[in-house]
Design a protein around this ligand. Structure first.
Ligand code: IVH
Length: 667
């Protein structure tokens, strides 16, 4: 018995080793056939002894039961974003700023590595075993996708080597190789499924599958580039040492990495990466330049959720030519028809582009773009692709100028172009396209911010007749939600919980959510501040509304027209019954920022602390001694120590003295 147990352990180690040689190091020691034999032997032995089954066995990558939904994972150390640099000058400015902040003229040691275009994830290991895997989400919290990350062959289920830390959070980018992506799309098309637009979408889509068996079939991969918590400390002082340590623990670290003193070397790395870009087996949208030394990083700190010690150096935007095969029009929230170009698929900057917005009739006329034309399309970063030019020489014969349709493409109503307006619109408020867009806007971030109510869900709700107007969203119940495609009990409950949360809202949000023409977040805010109560606004005259600073006659008329419409009025009443609408917080002089915010001052500051405290307090801010989740700003002077660390850990914004002064002066 004992021998068999030992044999099982040995076999597990052997399979894990060859798995790692193949998937992590890309340097197999045995043939695929031999590996398969070992693997089958292990499966057989485990089947014989189910009592010895262990979650970190290499046979246990794919769990057998699909999940019901996703739970949220809070990142103990927030996962930050990166500032972008678009050209050499901006990268040099980044370097100069670092030197200025560190008060040095010496060159800085940098590392540079590819910026992968995938999904950032965090892996938690306890006593060497992978116990939790999550997506970055908004940086503070993401989704638990452990079941899918376990299927990624290059992610170790158990850490290797000596001195395995008790607890370790490793961060990296999960992505799909281009070859894997192409194969996946080919097979999807054969099955009559919609192909994914790019490897990043397919990665994100795969990680969001409930059943790990789908993820297991897809070619996901990872490169790690950092850590969160490590207990005990890994005892490394630089990024390069960290990467070596992580490789030693069994993680996949990209050998394509630069380290050198001075920014020029990092720029050189970037240029050579851009040169090789099309030959790389995975998608890259730039390079990431990082100060190598952790002690320097600490001194530099973070600003607005991005570290001052790192920069994403993006590749230049790309242009391609392609043929425009059709122009379609889409109906937005206010009924506006937007012409959209349908293109012959073209790869630009790593993404297959098939659509580009033409904005409105004037833009179509300005470009004189016609169906059949060859056009220049540009894609810059994540921005919607745009048509920059028509190659008129290549225009086929007998093309026609494009005009937006006289009838709404969704509901067939006669469309109107009002005098003095660029937009042509569908006047039918019941038009399904408008209804969906209004609901989307209502639930969006600046509106009621109903988490988890996505586009697809709204489409389904409208198409099934479950929801017609925004207030209907507040009456949704479990039975309705569970009956929708792709909604399990868990996700339905989560959605109901976010709807409950959204009920406690503010007047600003409600005003913005209503989707009144010309009333965006800012206007909603000033109107809310002035009326403070929805009832009062309902009774206000147009002249009254126009009296608010920043509100002109056009806005005032639009608000009055909206509120005078009986259907809108009854919707507002229904919302008032269903929501708890708080007035905006009362305000002293000056805009928000300091008002109501909690500050902690730390380190050596050039002005007496008491002086700064007085100024903060005079503007309505509070000054506290210790950093907590409720702290809004930590002002860090020279040699700021543990409070600054705590702030970083909690993702609290860290200001230097200059930033504080700017904030105080802005008031
Ligand atoms: S370092 C604060 N290294 O870029 C440091 N990030 O905009 C943050 N990313 O969400 C991460 N490749 O998904 C780092 N080599 C790399 C990266 C990388 C891609 C992504 C990552 C993050 C985003 C930040």
């Amino acid at each position: 018995m004992k021998d068999e147990r030992q044999a099982l352990e040995d076999l597990r180690q052997e399979v894990a080793l060859h798995n790692r040689r193949y998937h992590v190091l890309d340097d197999p020691l045995i043939s695929d056939g031999e590996y398969d034999r070992l693997y089958r032997d292990l499966v057989a032995l485990e089947a014989k002894h189910p009592e010895w089954l262990s979650a970190d066995s290499p046979t246990q990558r794919v769990g057998d039961s699909p999940r019901e939904g996703f739970s949220t994972v809070e990142h103990v150390v927030p996962m930050l974003s990166l500032d972008n640099g678009m050209d050499r000058e901006q990268v040099e400015a980044f370097d100069s700023r670092i030197k200025r902040l560190l008060e040095t003229e010496d060159d800085i040691a940098y590392t540079a590595e590819p910026k992968y275009d995938g999904v950032a994830c965090e892996l938690l290991y306890e006593q060497g075993a992978l116990v939790l895997g999550s997506t970055r989400g908004d940086g503070r919290a993401g989704e638990d996708v452990t079941h899918n990350l376990r299927t990624v062959r290059s992610i170790p289920l158990r850490l290797e080597g000596q001195a395995v830390p008790d607890r370790l959070e490793v961060r990296g980018e999960v992505f799909m190789t281009l070859a894997g992506f192409d194969a996946l799309n080919r097979s999807r098309m054969e099955q009559g499924l919609e192909p994914f637009a790019n490897p990043r979408n397919s990665t994100a889509g795969t990680l969001r599958q409930l059943d790990p068996r789908s993820a297991a079939e897809r070619p996901l991969d990872i490169f790690v580039y950092g850590i969160g918590r490590a207990e005990p400390d890994l005892g490394v002082a630089t990024h390069r040492e960290l990467m070596e340590r992580l490789a030693g623990l069994g993680f996949k670290v990209n050998p394509r990495m630069h380290r050198g003193v001075g920014i020029a070397g990092a720029i050189g790395f970037h240029e050579s990466l851009e040169h090789d870009r099309d030959d790389l087996p995975y998608e890259v949208d730039g390079s990431v330049i990082k100060a190598d030394d952790f002690a320097l990083r600490e001194r530099l700190g973070t600003l607005n959720r991005s570290p001052r010690w790192a920069l994403a150096f993006k590749f230049a935007p790309r242009q391609e030519t392609t043929r425009l095969v059709d122009i379609r029009s889409y109906v937005g929230r206010t009924g506006t028809l937007t012409p959209v170009a349908v293109l012959e698929p073209v790869r630009i900057g790593g993404v297959t582009v098939v659509h580009a917005s033409l904005h409105n009739q004037d833009e179509v006329d300005r470009l004189d773009v016609r169906v059949g034309d060859t056009v220049f399309v540009e894609r810059a970063g994540d921005v919607i692709p745009k048509i920059v030019k028509v190659v008129t020489d290549a225009r086929p014969r007998r093309t026609r100028r494009y005009r937006l349709p006289e009838k709404c493409p969704v509901c067939g109503s006669v469309t109107l172009r009002l005098e003095g307006e660029v937009a042509r619109r569908c006047p039918n408020l019941e038009c399904p396209a408008q209804v969906k867009e209004r609901l989307r806007h209502f639930a969006s971030r600046g509106g009621l911010d109903i988490d988890g109510l996505g586009e697809k869900l709204i489409d389904q709700l409208v198409e099934r007749g479950a929801v017609r107007r925004p207030s209907d969203l507040l009456d949704l119940d479990l039975a309705t939600l569970v009956s929708l495609d792709r909604m399990g009990e868990k996700s339905s409950e989560n959605l109901l919980a976010s709807i409950e949360r959204a009920r406690q809202t503010t007047l600003t949000r409600v005003l913005n959510a209503l989707g009144i023409r010309h009333v965006g977040e800012r206007v909603a805010e000033v109107i809310a501040e002035s009326y403070r109560d929805l009832g009062k606004l309902l009774d206000a005259s147009q002249a009254d509304i126009e009296g608010i600073e920043e509100v002109g006659p056009v806005i005032a008329e639009s608000v009055r027209l909206f509120l005078d419409d009986p259907a809108n009025r009854s919707e507002v009443d229904r919302l008032r019954e269903r929501l708890q609408i708080a007035p905006p917080a009362p305000r002293a002089e000056g805009p928000s920022g300091v008002e109501g915010a909690t500050f902690v001052l730390t380190g050596t500051l050039s002005e007496p602390r008491a002086e700064l405290e007085k100024r903060i307090k005079s503007l309505g801010g509070k000054v506290k001694n210790s950093v907590s989740k409720r702290t809004d700003y930590v002002v860090a002077g020279n040699r700021a120590g543990s409070k600054r660390d705590r702030a970083e850990e909690l993702g609290v914004e860290i200001l230097d003295e200059d930033a504080l002064r700017a904030l105080l002066e802005a008031e």
